[in-house]
Write a protein that binds this ligand. Structure first.
Ligand SMILES: CCCCCCCCCCCC(=O)SCCNC(=O)CCNC(=O)[C@H](O)C(C)(C)COP(=O)(O)OP(=O)(O)OC[C@H]1O[C@@H](n2cnc3c(N)ncnc32)[C@H](O)[C@@H]1OP(=O)(O)O
Length: 356
């Protein structure tokens, strides 16, 4: 849905002198609709997903990505108690919620084909995040949006996204899906954790740490293709392959499935760039810096997707990763690029506070 809208005060002929607030919507060059302001919610594009489901029954990741509309093109997201967190708001949550916000402002026939984001400030998990969408352009086939995520008046994250209507065109795929075990042959995160607790090849100190660490299951099921007996103290190649799918059934909306893929892309991918540098006693501070995705083909994020990650380089405390997501048929669905900051920790004299 796209139209020109303006806000006017009307004195209706034949009625009282009362002034009515109304929205005037240009439908065509010749006709317009005058809608009383109290019904302005009708002008909002139909909410993507969660239309028939209540928040209690939807899948955990759909719940995390849920946004409350505040006004036209402004939404509020929160950090749920069980959402993945890394001391501050998880980058994937910001990307997923921001993509949801921009998707809600676009004609539902157009779906996101690329997004580019910067993480500007660490987000506070205890306060809501306001997403303000800017409509940069609405073309016939494409639409472009910008969204800022705001806390306490500060922009903590910004994302640009472009949307396109489906159209027929040339096709090729030169990258084959690597040969990996099927998800059924691999251990779940929960099984992997159990196995690590008793694996005699792992140092006892590491096993104790795993046993005492608070374990909150992620809303995404992950199965690593090459579970190795390495720990975060052991060097390994700068690459990673895993199958993932959302836990539970997602609403049937391509926009949601792309938001879930974006959420997942930030979960463990950029950590691959740290693999060759791991060593006993090394304490690092890590943060995602930016995040770009190209969505080539439709994706079902509640069915198994293979994520293949490789870090070609790390320099200047920045680790760089590229990623590709394939469906089980071997079709390339998404290409992904990200940089993360990884610094050897310098002990601080006093506790750090949020910069917000
Ligand atoms: C191989 C790579 C793998 C990389 C592996 C990466 C894995 C990523 C895992 C992803 C997990 C996430 O989701 S992370 C969540 C999403 N990302 C974010 O939230 C990042 C948001 N962005 C930011 O916070 C900011 O833009 C920054 C910090 C990146 C840049 O801001 P800045 O203002 O230029 O900051 P900067 O001066 O560099 O430093 C910030 C504070 O850190 C202190 N500081 C500086 N160096 C150190 C240090 N070594 N140890 C301790 N503290 C330090 C500074 O004194 C300063 O404290 P003081 O003076 O302020 O007191």
């Amino acid at each position: 849905m796209s139209f020109l809208k303006t806000n006017v005060n009307l004195r209706l002929a034949g009625l009282s002198n009362a002034v009515h607030h109304a929205d005037v919507v240009a439908l065509t060059k010749l006709s317009c609709l005058v809608l009383p302001h109290e019904h302005s919610a009708l002008l909002q594009p139909e909410s993507i997903w969660s239309a028939e489901k209540s928040l209690e029954t939807c899948s955990p990741v759909e719940h995390i990505l849920h946004l409350e509309p505040i006004e036209v093109d402004t939404f509020q997201g929160i950090t749920l108690p069980d959402a993945p967190k890394f001391g501050h708001v998880f980058g994937g949550q910001l990307v997923g919620q921001a993509l949801a916000a921009v998707s809600k402002s676009v004609d539902c026939l157009k779906v996101v084909h690329s997004s580019h984001a910067y993480f500007l400030l660490a987000g506070d998990v205890n306060i809501p995040i306001i997403y303000k969408v800017k409509r940069l352009r609405d073309g016939k086939s494409f639409a472009t949006r910008k969204v800022d995520a705001i806390q306490k008046g500060n922009v903590i994250f910004t994302l640009l996204a472009s949307f396109q209507k489906e159209e027929l065109g040339f096709q090729h795929q030169e990258v084959p899906m690597p040969s990996v075990p099927t998800p059924d042959e691999l251990l779940s995160m929960e099984e992997l954790r159990e196995q690590r607790l008793t694996d005699p090849r792992l140092p006892r100190t590491y096993r104790n740490k795993v046993a005492t660490a608070k374990f909150i299951p992620w809303p995404i099921e992950i199965r690593f293709c090459e579970p190795s007996p390495s720990t975060n103290q052991t060097k390994s190649p700068p690459s990673l392959k895993f199958w993932f799918r959302a836990k539970g059934k997602l609403s049937d909306d391509e926009a949601l499935h792309r938001c879930v893929a974006a959420f997942t892309a930030d979960l463990v991918s950029v950590h691959a760039s740290m693999n060759p540098h791991r060593q006993r006693g090394l304490k690092i501070d890590v943060m995602s810096l930016d995040h770009s995705m190209w969505f080539h083909r439709p994706i079902r994020a509640d069915d198994w997707v293979l994520f293949v990650i490789f870090s070609p380089t790390a320099f200047n405390a920045r680790g760089f990763v590229t990623g590709q997501m394939f469906n089980q048929k071997g079709e390339l669905l998404i290409s992904f690029f990200q940089e993360g900051l990884g610094r050897k920790r310098i002990p601080k004299r006093s506790a750090t506070n949020s910069k917000l």
